[in-house]
Design a protein. Structure first.
Lengths: 304, 306
């Protein structure tokens, strides 16, 4: 450990003078620790920018993403007129990437939100009631975990059929067991603490204990995982489109665009470059944001 | 030890049985009539009825399940709707290329990932750590199919050093295994680092340093073995990621493996092949996790007696 950190640690261990210290709520603590990480702050700002761009994409896109064909500049390299160049069919790549951001962000966010919601509920039930509930829920999770990686999503898409909506359902189901396990673990750790016992002894109902006392204790872990999981889900959804099971051409979904670009890699590699960069930067931003949230929310980090 | 192994093995049976039920029900969850699917789009009603009888689809669901499980236990998954050959033959032809691809990817990614992780932890917050962790976060953020296309463009098309598609020689394995392993190497690096950072702050590491052991001995002897415990668990989980990832990578490199077969089967709605492959993929994953758990017990003796 270097000197700087040693000093910081000593600082942290000296109790603050109560009169001079500002009120420390979990929220201010979180803000202080989060703002100390420039990389995570930049990533968070980038995510916000992406969301704004995605929402405004229909008005921002200079050309129609699916139905505008510039036959005079097929395969053109990036220029002032076409910022990211033109694909072999004459479509403006910049417009397609912009419009595609909406699809990818929606897929990532909605699927993880559904997965987190169902997974958290199952995890709370399993951890709080234990016994049969726990056995049944965890057995279901084991079975879902027995399908490696993207295979479960492929199976679900095979049943439901292709298309972006079904991909979102598939990716959501794929996320449920991870959230359920995470929340169950936290719940098991929390439920034997004194404040839960106190709540029970004054006659609080199970519902009140779970929603008011246990659930808030699991939020930090869920939030961190949420951000990291969005990255994974965007990649999974794009992968499904890439192998032809998600969005179909001419939809400007980034994975589907890459699949289309594959045929012309020899002559016009720039067509594949921009969708790749778009996926990479978006997922990178969510991952860096998730790392920052983890460092700001995880009480274990304080010790190091 | 043997008792622990037996207990874990028995614990797998209910999970595997449920996976089997799900895969069996898969046919009935598909939209449309499986008999019509099997008979083909132009078949007349009589043919469809014959096919239904032939496949046993006219029997009750439990009877069909018994028939299905008996077949599976004997390695009989039925015949492919597309080629009419037994599913087991179809899969057997495709098994080895995928097996070698995933094994190679796992081998290099675990070695490199752990190496970067240890370096980053030892030189924490200094430049080797910064470089290593930047690489790692890039690795988990770059989708495999895009990486594969980039590598192919650079090394096969521009430089002409390596072949593009197929699996004929060892040179064909380089790019696909790099593509497949990149994300795993990145995850292993991040995980090893955080596990190692924790270990390096333990009292016994301080004791080892205090008694004057060289830093290399402290890191390798006192750190590595203890840091390995969570890392090994992570490795098992990553194998699942690799098996799944191989499906996408095989599409990029037109690899003659099980992933490519699965995608083609889904396209053609060749459900016996889908069933066989899904069962095999999950069986493989579950067995690998068992192996990892046993390895875990070898490294960490306290777990055996629980």
């Amino acid at each position: 450990m270097d000197e700087q950190e040693e000093l910081q640690r000593v600082d942290a261990e000296i109790p603050a003078v109560p009169a001079a210290a500002a009120v420390r709520t979990p929220w201010t603590e979180f803000r202080r620790k989060f703002l100390r990480q420039p990389v995570a702050v930049v990533a968070g700002a980038f995510v916000l920018l992406l969301v704004v761009l995605a929402l405004a994409s229909p008005w921002l896109a200079p050309y129609d993403a699916e139905n505008f064909f510039d036959y005079d500049s097929l395969n053109a390299l990036p220029s002032v007129k076409h910022w990211f160049g033109v694909d072999p069919l004459g479509r403006d790549i910049f417009s397609r990437i912009l419009v595609g951001s909406r699809i990818s962000l929606t897929a990532g966010f909605v699927s993880v939100a559904v997965g987190a919601l169902v997974g958290t509920a199952l995890g709370l039930i399993a951890g709080y009631y234990e016994g049969w509930w726990d056995r049944i829920i965890m057995r279901i999770c084991d079975v879902l975990f027995a399908f490696p990686g993207i295979l479960l999503a492929i199976g679900i898409v095979a049943i439901l059929g292709g298309g972006m909506f079904n991909v979102i359902i598939a990716v959501a189901i794929f996320s449920i067991p991870t959230f359920a396990r995470l929340v169950r673990g936290n719940t098991l750790g929390l439920k034997h603490l004194t404040f839960i016992e106190a709540a029970r002894s004054i006659g609080a109902s199970d519902w009140t204990i779970v929603t008011r006392h246990i659930f808030p204790g699991t939020i930090a872990a869920v939030v961190v995982y949420f951000s990291l999981r969005i990255g994974t889900s965007i990649i999974t959804a794009a992968s499904l489109s890439f192998i032809g099971m998600g969005a179909q051409p001419p939809t400007p979904e980034w994975g589907a665009m890459l699949n289309e670009a594959r045929a012309d890699m020899m002559t016009s590699p720039h067509v594949a470059l921009f969708p790749s960069l778009a996926i990479f930067l978006t997922v990178l931003a969510f991952n860096l944001l998730g790392d920052g949230l983890r460092d700001a929310l995880d009480p274990k980090i304080e010790r190091q | 030890m043997l008792q622990y192994f037996a207990k874990r093995l028995l614990g797998l049976i209910p999970t595997l049985a449920l996976v089997g039920v799900l895969v069996f029900l898969f046919v009935h969850l598909l939209p449309g009539d499986p008999a019509r699917l099997a008979a083909g789009p132009d078949a007349n009603p009589e043919t469809v009825a014959l096919v239904r009888q032939d496949l046993g689809l006219d029997k009750s669901l439990p009877e069909q399940f018994l028939r299905f499980s008996r077949g599976v236990l004997q390695g009989d998954f039925g015949r492919s709707l597309r080629t009419k050959r037994p599913v087991s033959t179809e899969i057997a032809e495709r098994f080895m290329p995928t097996f070698w691809l995933t094994s190679m990817a796992m081998a290099w990614s675990v070695a490199i990932g752990m190496f970067i992780g240890v370096l980053s932890a030892v030189w924490r917050n200094r430049w080797p750590d910064r470089v290593g962790m930047t690489l790692a976060v890039t690795g988990i953020s770059f989708p495999a199919f895009a990486l594969g296309m980039v590598l192919m463009q650079i090394f096969s098309v521009q430089l002409n050093w390596l072949p593009t598609v197929g699996a004929d020689s060892w040179r064909h394995y380089i790019l696909p295994s790099l593509t497949l392993g990149a994300a795993v190497a990145a995850i292993m690096a991040r995980f090893t680092r955080s596990s190692f950072v924790d270990i390096l702050q333990e009292d016994y590491v301080r004791t080892a340093r205090a008694k004057g052991l060289p830093e290399t001995v402290v890191v390798v002897k006192h750190g590595l073995r203890n840091a390995l415990i969570p890392v090994v668990t992570m490795m098992g989980l990553q194998f699942g990621f690799l098996l799944g990832g191989s499906i996408v990578v095989e599409v990029v490199f037109n690899w003659p493996g099980m992933g490519r077969l699965l995608i083609d089967a889904v396209d053609m709605r060749d459900y016996p092949v889908i069933q066989g492959l899904v069962l095999l993929f999950s069986l493989e994953f579950v067995l690998i996790n068992l192996a990892v758990d046993v390895l875990y017990a070898v490294i960490n003796p306290t777990i055996r007696y629980r």
